[in-house]
Ligand binder design. Structure first.
Ligand SMILES: *[C@@H]1O[C@H](CO)[C@@H](O)[C@H](O)[C@H]1NC(C)=O
Ligand SMILES: *[C@@H]1O[C@H](CO)[C@@H](O)[C@H](O)[C@H]1NC(C)=O
Length: 265
């Protein structure tokens, strides 16, 4: 008598359990479908519907092409990216934060962040392999940018480039020089912007000054030699002319001679 309801319950609970299980699975699947956005990355949305795409630590060598266009935050840190091509993020006009730290980035093509000028507030490029600072890569960008922990090469080009970017100024203090040109400036290991006494363009200015001097001296010499030549040739001419006049019959020669002398004088 007692075993029957128990058996019945058990059987039914198994069915119930299976039903429940599939229901959970289904909701999970639907839920996943609703928030899935990029094949390789994890996506989430906060209460206000702002989308975040996390692609951290996935050994990515390229930026995933399927990040939704309304994404606000993208985390691509701890991957194997080596370069950011031009217009890499033009499809993401709402991007506020972009984390590219801990990759192997050594090249940011001109216009790499084009289209993000009005939206992007935080850009993390720290712990990469950036050597040369190219202002064209940052055109239009005003974001606060983390440039620390890169093997920056500081030279006159860098010094001039820093005046041509709109990045939040404090960002540039992250440029700590690993190498420099000229080498013996003592700027290695220093944040370039915080070493205002170091002018890496001095040598270049000096060489252009010397070049200018050489060119000017060259011109000067040419002008002087031409003048000397001109005067000499004229003197020769005048002398020959006088001799010619002297050789003429007397009466005719006198008047011409005096007029020639007056012109020579
Ligand atoms: C994203 O793309 C969709 C469809 O292509 C478009 O309707 C929408 O306006 C785009 N959103 C943004 C923020 O560009
Ligand atoms: C910049 O990145 C470095 C290393 O990734 C981190 O330690 C530092 O806190 C960051 N700085 C800022 C201002 O976010």
């Amino acid at each position: 008598m007692m075993s029957l309801p128990a058996d019945w319950l058990l059987r039914h609970s198994v069915v119930m359990c299976l039903l429940l299980h599939s229901l959970v699975l289904m909701t999970f699947c639907f839920h996943h479908a609703a928030t899935s956005c990029s094949k390789s990355c994890y996506c989430s949305e906060n209460e206000s519907g702002e989308k975040t795409v996390r692609c951290s630590n996935l050994k990515l060598t390229e930026i995933p092409p399927d990040i939704p266009n309304d994404t606000r935050r993208v985390y691509l840190d701890f991957n194997l990216l080596t370069k950011i091509p031009s217009n890499a993020f033009t499809g993401l006009p709402n991007l506020v934060e972009l984390d590219l730290s801990h990759n192997a980035l050594n090249q940011l093509e001109p216009g790499a962040f084009r289209g993000l000028g009005f939206s992007l507030q935080f850009l993390d490029l720290s712990s990469n392999k950036l050597v040369r600072f190219n202002p064209e890569s940052f055109e239009g960008l005003r974001a606060r940018t983390n440039l620390t922990n890169n093997p920056w090469h500081c030279d006159c080009n860098l010094q001039m480039a820093l005046t041509r970017v709109d990045l939040e100024p404090a960002s540039l203090t992250g440029i700590v020089c690993q190498t420099s040109d000229p080498e013996e400036t003592g700027v290695q290991g220093l944040a370039f912007l915080l070493a205002p006494h170091i002018d890496l363009c001095v040598v270049m200015k000096r060489t252009t000054d010397v070049a200018m001097l050489v060119v000017m001296f060259g011109w000067f010499t040419m002008v002087i030699s031409y003048l000397v030549y001109y005067v000499r040739a004229n003197q020769e001419d005048a002398r020959r002319h006088l001799e010619y006049l002297k050789s003429l019959p007397r009466g005719q020669g006198k008047s011409e001679e005096s007029s020639t002398i007056s012109t020579v004088v």
